[in-house]
Design a protein around this ligand. Structure first.
Ligand code: ATP
Ligand code: MG
Length: 567
C-alpha cells in the first residue's frame, strides 16, 4: 500500500485522559479513535492488528477442536430471567425495549444464549462433548470506562462454551482450553501468569485468569516463588497468623477512648499494636446490615464478603454514618457486641483472644473481647492477602505483581444448564443437565496489553505476527533514482507476499521516520543518497542500529524473517 493513499492520522499529542502507553500510542499512531467514553472506532492500521490477533486466537481455538459460530449482541430478557441474572447483573447490563415494549439487553457475555442454543439443538450423549465459540462485540456499562481499549463499554471478546456429559469430561475440556490459552498468549508474545481466580458474576466452581504482566494492570497478583501458588488478589488467601491465639481469656472491660476513632488512634491511645484492635466495617447488603471483622492491620476483601453473603458486588455497600446510627451504633466506635446485625468474622480474628473493638457507644471501646463468649459470628476468610503474608500452601513469604486480565476460564458445571433446562439423554435413558465450562479472552484488551509490553519512548514495537504491516520503505525524497529503487523493492516484496508500505508522501524525512517508529512497523528500509549504487539503510524497530545492505540482502533478510515469524 502507498502511504499517500492511506488513512493514517498520526498525532503529536494524545488527549489528556490518555495516561497509559497503549492508550496514548494507539491514538497517536492513528489506529483507534474515541467515539464516546469507552467506545472506540478502529482505523485501517488498527483493524489490521485486530484481525491478526483475532486470527491467532481463531487458529488455536480451531486446532483445539472448538467450532466457531456467531451470535447476536441482542439478547432477550426471558433467557436472563431463566438463569436468574436479569436481576443479579445490575447496572452494567445495557438494557433496552423494542417498539412493542419487549425487553432486551446487549450481551456482556453469552452463557444464556449458548446454553439455550445447545439446549435446542443437542439432545443426546452421542453429540457430546461440544465446544463452540465466537469472536464478537460485548457491551458492559462499566462504572469507570478508562485506559482506552483496556476497559471499554464496548469491546471484542472471544467467548467459548463447552458442554460435557460429566465432570470428568468437563475437566478434560477445561484443561484443553487452559493449554490452548497458553498457546495463544505465547504466540502473541505476551509475558503472563496464570492465577487462581474468583468466579464473580459468571459463577461456577473453579476458575483461572490469564494475567499479562504490567505495571499499569488493574489486577493484583499474589504469588509464591517457592511453590506454584498464584492467585488474583480477589481470590488470594494467606496463612492465618497465630497472634494472640493462645492467651487466657480475660474479663471484658470497657475503656474510655475520647475522640479515638481510627485503628491508629485507638492503638496509639491504648499503647497497643494495631494488631490488637479489630476493625469492624459496616455494610448493607440487600437492606440487611452486615458487620465484617478483620484484624486492625488487615483490609476487608469485599469480593470475599460478597461470596460469603451470596450477593453480587453491586448489592454490597458501605453503610453511611446515619445508617450506622440507625443500627444503634456510632461511626468510629462500631463493634460486634450487643448489636442487631449479621456478623462475619475473618478466620484469623476468630482465633484471637482478648481483642479490642468498638463499644457501639461514642468515645468507648471494649477490651478483652472474645468470640463465642461476648459475640458470635460466621467465620470465613474475608481479608485481602498482601505481599509478605505467608503462602497458604508452603508458608513462604508471598510476593505481588500487577497484571492485566486478558483471559479467564470457568468450570460452570450445571449452573446454567440446570436453571435453563439444557439436558441430554443418557445411555440409560435418563435426562440430566450438561456439564458446562466457559472461556473468555478480551481480544481488544489483549491488543492493548501487547502495546503495554512492547513500546519505547518513540512508539509501539509490534511483534512481527501482529504488526499492521511487516515492513515500510522510506525514500528520503520520492523522486528520480530513489523513486525507481523504492518502486522496484516495493514490487519485489509484494511478489514475495511481504506486507509492505511504500512511504511516497511528500513530507520531510524526519516526519516519515517519526511516524513509522510511532506506528511500530518492525522492519524499515530507508532509501537515500546511495540509491544509485543499489545500497539501502535497514533498521529493525526493536534495535536502534541502522545498517547498510544491498537491495538483494535487504529483501532476503525481510522475506526470511517474515517466513519465520509472521505466524
Ligand atoms: P474485569 O474484572 O477486568 O472487569 P471480568 O472478569 O468482568 O473483567 P470476564 O467476564 O471474565 O471479565 O470477561 C472475559 C474477558 O473479557 C476478561 O478476561 C477481559 O480480558 C475482557 N474484558 C472484560 N471486561 C472488559 C472491558 N470492559 N473492556 C475490555 N475488555 C474486557
Ligand atoms: Mg474475568
Amino acid at each position: 500500500m502507498k502511504a499517500s493513499k492511506m488513512l493514517i492520522p498520526t498525532l503529536k499529542e494524545a488527549p489528556n485522559e490518555a495516561i497509559i502507553a497503549s492508550h496514548i500510542y494507539l491514538i497517536r499512531a492513528g489506529m483507534i479513535r474515541k467515539l464516546v467514553a469507552g467506545v472506540y472506532n478502529f482505523l485501517p492500521l488498527g483493524i489490521r492488528v485486530l484481525h491478526k490477533v483475532e486470527n491467532i486466537i481463531r487458529e488455536e481455538m480451531d486446532n483445539s477442536g472448538a467450532q466457531e459460530i456467531l451470535s447476536s449482541a441482542i439478547q432477550p430478557k426471558e433467557l436472563w430471567e431463566l438463569s436468574g441474572r436479569w436481576q443479579k447483573y445490575g447496572p452494567e447490563l445495557m438494557r433496552f425495549k423494542d417498539r412493542h415494549d419487549r425487553e432486551f439487553c446487549l450481551g456482556p457475555t453469552h452463557e444464556e444464549i449458548f446454553t439455550d442454543l445447545v439446549k435446542n439443538e443437542v439432545k443426546s450423549y452421542k453429540n457430546l462433548p461440544l465446544n463452540i465459540y465466537q469472536i464478537q462485540t460485548k457491551y458492559r456499562d462499566e462504572l469507570r470506562p478508562r485506559f482506552g481499549l483496556m476497559r471499554g463499554r464496548e469491546f471484542i471478546m472471544k467467548d467459548a462454551y463447552s458442554f460435557d456429559i460429566d465432570l470428568k469430561g468437563l475437566d478434560v475440556s477445561y484443561q484443553n482450553m487452559y493449554e490452548t490459552y497458553q498457546r495463544i498468549f505465547d504466540r502473541l508474545h505476551l509475558k503472563y501468569k496464570v492465577v487462581l481466580a474468583d468466579t464473580g458474576a459468571i459463577g461456577g466452581s473453579e476458575s483461572h485468569q490469564f494475567m499479562a504482566l504490567s505495571e499499569v494492570g488493574e489486577s493484583s497478583i499474589i504469588y509464591c516463588d517457592n511453590c506454584h501458588y498464584a492467585a488474583d488478589e480477589e481470590k488470594a488467601e494467606s496463612l492465618d497468623d497465630d497472634y494472640k491465639n493462645n492467651e487466657k481469656e480475660l474479663p471484658l472491660e470497657e475503656v474510655n477512648t475520647p475522640n479515638q476513632m481510627t485503628i491508629e488512634e485507638v492503638s496509639n491511645f491504648l499503647n497497643v499494636s494495631t494488631k490488637d484492635v479489630v476493625k469492624t466495617m459496616v455494610y448493607k447488603a440487600n437492606n440487611e446490615f452486615v458487620l465484617v471483622l478483620v484484624r486492625g492491620d488487615r483490609e476487608v476483601n469485599e469480593i470475599k464478603v460478597c461470596n460469603a453473603l451470596k450477593v453480587a458486588e453491586h448489592e454490597l455497600m458501605l453503610a453511611s454514618k446515619e445508617e450506622i446510627a440507625k443500627l444503634g451504633s456510632v461511626e468510629g466506635y462500631v463493634g460486634p457486641c450487643n448489636i442487631n446485625a449479621r456478623i462475619l468474622v475473618d478466620n484469623e480474628v476468630a482465633k484471637m483472644k482478648n481483642i479490642i473493638v468498638g463499644a457501639n457507644k461514642k468515645d468507648y471501646h471494649l477490651k478483652n473481647v472474645n468470640i463465642n463468649r461476648d459475640f458470635v459470628g460466621e467465620i470465613s476468610n474475608l481479608r485481602t492477602a498482601k505481599e509478605n503474608d505467608l503462602c497458604p500452601i508452603c508458608k513462604n513469604p508471598l510476593k505481588s505483581e500487577r497484571g492485566i486480565e486478558v483471559g479467564q476460564i470457568f468450570k460452570l458445571k450445571t449452573k446454567y444448564s440446570e436453571s435453563m433446562g439444557c439436558t441430554y439423554l443418557k445411555e440409560d435413558g435418563s435426562n440430566v443437565p450438561m456439564m458446562m465450562g466457559c472461556y473468555g479472552i478480551g481480544v481488544t484488551r489483549t491488543l492493548a496489553s501487547i502495546v503495554e509490553q512492547y513500546h519505547d519512548e518513540n512508539g509501539i514495537i509490534w511483534p512481527l505476527n501482529v504488526a499492521p504491516y511487516h515492513t515500510v520503505i522510506i525514500p528520503i525524497r520520492y523522486q528520480n533514482e530513489q523513486q525507481e529503487l523504492a518502486d522496484e523493492i516495493y514490487k519485489k516484496l509484494q511478489e514475495k507476499h511481504v506486507e509492505v508500505i511504500l512511504d511516497d508522501r511528500n513530507v520531510q524525512a524526519g516526519v516519515k521516520f517519526k511516524d513509522w517508529d510511532l506506528i511500530g512497523i518492525p522492519m524499515q528500509i530507508t532509501i537515500g543518497k546511495r540509491a544509485t549504487e543499489g545500497i539501502v539503510e535497514f533498521k529493525l524497530r526493536n534495535e536502534n542500529q541502522k545498517k547498510e545492505l544491498t537491495v538483494a540482502e535487504a529483501i532476503d533478510f525481510i522475506v526470511d524473517k517474515v517466513n519465520k515469524e509472521s505466524r
